[in-house]
Design a protein. Structure first.
Lengths: 642, 205
């Protein structure tokens, strides 16, 4: 049975009475613990082993809260003995073992009841040298990051109060309130323990490398760090981690480094530890330093009351709920809506409204009533204006288009180009609609931008024209029409037909190639009727390609001067061609090879061409698609000029 | 520069419609970026900014469907709402099959279009949060210490604390401590959840 587990069984009421005997027993079992007889009812002696001097953050806060809390919750007096290691601060292979010798010598004169190691370096020292320098004395680690529990095997005499410093959460917290952040300056010192944290930070933040440029300040002096944080670009943040010793080896106690960085920084500063809130950091989920100190005191009390550390599992003090400094949020213009739900916003200054509520409400009510009267009057006028503008816009477009569409729908060939037509009209119609709605919203606003509304009306007019042109083209093609022979450029006929079939061809993935020689003479004919003939031939060619299902999907429209007073136009397809049997009948009415065809297209086309003084015929070379040709007379005057 | 406010990207080769729908969206309170082609969109967009795409179906160069397919392959995709001057059934079906948020004609009613944009933004916010959560979990997995990884590897093999302690040569109490740290860190409640998470992230051999 160990001394400590024996102690645990002693009722507390008897323990103080038995104190000297117990301590005598301890000194008997562990001679190094000291031979001097303890003074009856003397103070309990707690050795605080600092990792890093007594005044460096966040360790100093943990130690201060711990001793205050333990003293407050102890009936008997407590004698705190402060001893500090320096290896973690000074580096250079400083040997802390003489500190151990000193503790041993101290304990020999004044027995120690427990050792509290503040921070990981001190905790590791205890684990390594416990048996040598203070055997049998219970050890409590206070504020040990869980990373340092790695590879640690807790013996029966040791327990710990841990923290979980979540570096990923730290950065996520920054990005949550500043989602546009592209640069992060990382303030970190240069001592061995700070170098350890710098490596951990780089490891944890590596996945963010593609989003964020990190600027690492380890190795810089505080003056250099101040210059760097003062010159950060837009969309930056500063994360202040630990700065106890800078790159020049200068130590910074208390919060001097944070104050300096906060004063110089051109970007919001974020920290890790709760006591930093109110000292210049924006906030977030911070390490509960107060909780660590209090929990350490509670655990120490249990150990002093005789519980064995073996029976007290190491526990982790959770990170605090998110808390923010209102002044910093305001200073950096951080939207409160971005804060995580349940955030605690502190240091809020009372607003003018909160201070002068009554007066403000009264004045506001008066202003509101006055404004309402003005607005009612003004909006009436604006509504009238808006209504007129809307009426003009829609009259020119939607109603007209719809009426014309219905009319055009009656024409039979149109059926094949419904999709094309709908597309050509849908584009401007959609734009007119969206523009009219936008204008409506603008005019309903408090201060409508009339220039913007003017621009909208101009666009509506242009789209109305555009749609009107489509309609005119269709109408002229399919409306009643007397033959009107005029000199024409062939290219005008082709481009009008191209405009009609373009969309249809895109949808059916058919390539339409037009080959018009630039020196082609002007022709003499009826524009509308020639367009109809060409459209009919191109539509047939596209159907032939679909029927063939071939890989090559090409319609070629060629034109050439024959030299004897005609222009010959041909439409070739990459379809299956025409059988000799079929070739005879295709120009007869009601003869068709298509499921849905009427068989009227080619007879009408041939009639048109013949009226104009030309011929229309089919050619079908073996193993190739069909070619339809027709001739149109050349304009005689043009021929004379040539 | 990524922004917090969602941006509606309008991709349409028709100048007049692009201007009109841009005005309309701004009037409805949205931030808008116009592009005349899919290529312009891929050059101009700022990854990381929430939003959605309103794209025309037929454009020279990359079509709307091509844009949708290419966008889906980027690490920061956005929902696509298709606008077509005239929608034919086969194209609509194809677009919806490939995950289009909606397919509307350019003269669709104001309410329909507004609802489609809102749905797309909601979907983007949802998917963005999911992606951020996954990235964060990956970060967390990466931040486990060496010893925690060792313990995790044995836990997902179904080993008991006692067995893990024996294997690693440490006290069972220490194993328990590491386990608590791992489950807290990875926000899981059970070994089953832990195993699934580890498999999804693929961090252990």
């Amino acid at each position: 049975m160990s001394a400590s587990s024996w102690l645990r069984r002693v009722p507390v009421s008897c323990r103080r009475f038995m104190g000297p005997a117990v301590l005598a027993g301890l000194s008997f079992m562990f001679p190094t613990a000291g031979n001097a007889a303890p003074v009856p009812d003397g103070p309990r002696r707690v050795l605080i082993l600092h990792s890093f001097g007594q005044h460096f953050q966040p360790f100093a806060d943990v130690a201060t809260i711990f001793r205050t809390e333990l003293a407050a919750h102890s009936a008997e007096p407590i004698d705190f003995v402060d001893v500090s290691l320096e290896g973690a601060r000074l580096g250079d292979g400083i040997d802390d073992r003489p500190v151990g010798d000193y503790v041993r010598a101290l304990a020999a004169q004044h027995p120690i009841d427990m050792v509290v190691a503040v921070g990981s370096p001190a905790f590791r020292f205890c684990l390594g040298y416990h048996d040598k320098y203070f055997p049998g004395v219970p050890v409590l680690g206070a504020g040990i990051d869980r990373r340092h529990m790695d590879g640690v095997d807790l013996g029966s005499h040791t327990t710990a109060v841990c923290v979980d410093i979540d570096l990923v959460q730290l950065l996520d917290g920054v990005l949550q309130v500043l989602p546009a952040t592209r640069h992060v300056g990382v303030v970190i010192g240069n001592s061995p323990i700070e170098a350890y944290w710098a490596a951990e930070l780089q490891r944890a933040w590596k996945p963010y490398g593609d989003r964020i440029d990190f600027d690492w300040y380890d190795g810089l002096t505080l003056t250099q760090i101040r210059e760097r944080v003062a010159a950060l670009p837009e969309h930056s943040a500063v994360v202040f981690t630990l700065l106890d010793v800078d790159g020049a080896g200068v130590p910074y106690e208390h919060n001097r480094a944070l104050d300096a960085v906060h004063e110089s920084s051109s970007a919001p500063v974020f920290g890790m530890f709760a006591p930093e809130l109110g000292k210049g950091v924006v906030g977030g989920r911070l390490v509960d330093v107060q909780g660590v100190g209090e929990q350490s005191a509670t655990t120490a009390r249990r150990i002093l009351d005789g519980e064995s550390p073996d029976a007290i599992p190491p526990l982790t003090v959770p990170t605090l709920a998110p808390a923010y400094d209102w002044r910093e949020l305001k200073r950096w213009g951080i939207d409160a809506a971005l804060l995580p739900p349940g955030s605690d916003v502190r240091f809020r200054a009372p607003t003018a409204l909160e201070r002068y509520r009554g007066q403000v409400l009264l004045v506001a009510a008066l202003v509101l009533i006055q404004a309402l009267v003005i607005v009612l009057y003004a909006t009436n006028r604006l509504r009238l204006k808006a209504a007129r503008a809307r009426l003009a816009a829609s009259e020119r477009s939607a109603q007209e288009l719809r009426r014309e569409l219905t009319h055009a729908g009656r024409v039979s060939l149109l059926g094949q180009f419904t999709a094309s037509l709908a597309h050509e009209l849908g584009q401007p119609l959609g734009a007119v609609l969206r523009n009219a709605e936008a204008a409506e919203i603008f005019l309903e606003g408090d201060a409508p931008d009339l220039d913007e509304v003017k621009d909208i009306l101009r666009d509506v007019r242009l789209d109305g024209q555009r749609a009107g042109d489509v309609i005119t083209r269709m109408r002229s093609l399919y409306g009643r029409h007397d033959v009107d022979v005029q000199p024409l450029a062939w290219v005008d006929v082709v481009s009008a037909v191209q405009a009609i079939v373009r969309h249809e061809a895109r949808v059916r993935r058919i390539d339409i190639q037009v080959d018009t020689p630039p020196d082609l003479p002007a022709i003499l004919g009826d524009r509308i009727h020639l367009q109809q003939v060409l459209l009919n031939l191109v539509a047939n060619a596209m159907d032939a390609i679909d029927a063939a299902g071939a890989d090559e999907r090409l319609v070629t429209v060629r034109a050439r001067a024959t030299g004897d007073g005609f222009v010959e136009c041909s439409v070739s397809d990459s379809g299956v061609g025409i059988d000799a049997d079929q070739a005879v009948g295709i120009f007869e009415p009601f003869v068709t090879t298509k499921e849905k065809g009427m068989g009227m297209g080619l007879p009408i086309s041939r009639a048109i061409v013949e009226v104009l003084g030309g011929r229309l015929w089919a050619e079908s070379p073996p193993d190739r698609g069909a070619t339809f040709c027709f001739t149109v007379p050349v304009c005689a005057r043009e021929e004379q000029h040539a | 520069m990524p922004e917090a406010r969602p941006v509606i990207h309008v991709v349409d080769d028709d100048d007049s419609f692009r201007r009109a729908v841009g005005r309309w969206l701004r009037a409805a309170g949205f931030a808008v970026r116009p592009y005349a082609s899919a290529a312009e969109f891929f050059q101009g967009r700022v990854a990381g900014t929430p939003g959605c795409v309103l794209a025309d179906m037929r454009m020279p160069g990359m079509s709307g469907l091509d844009l949708q397919a290419a966008l889906a392959k980027t690490p920061d995709p956005l929902p696509v709402v298709f606008l077509s001057a005239y929608g034919d059934v086969p194209t609509t079906v194809r677009a919806m099959k490939h995950g289009a948020e909606d397919f509307l004609t350019k003269h669709a009613s104001r309410e329909d279009l507004l609802a489609a944009v809102r749905r797309a933004l909601e979907r983007d916010a949802r998917e963005r949060a999911d992606r951020a959560h996954r990235q964060s979990l990956r970060g967390r997995l990466a931040s486990l210490t060496q010893r925690e990884r060792e313990v995790l590897a044995l836990v997902v093999q179904g080993k008991l604390n006692k067995e893990i302690a024996a294997e690693l040569g440490i006290h069972e109490r220490t194993v328990k401590f590491h386990r608590t740290a791992i489950t807290t860190k990875l926000e899981v409640q059970s070994v089953a959840q832990l195993t699934r998470l580890v498999q999804e992230a693929g961090i252990l051999p």
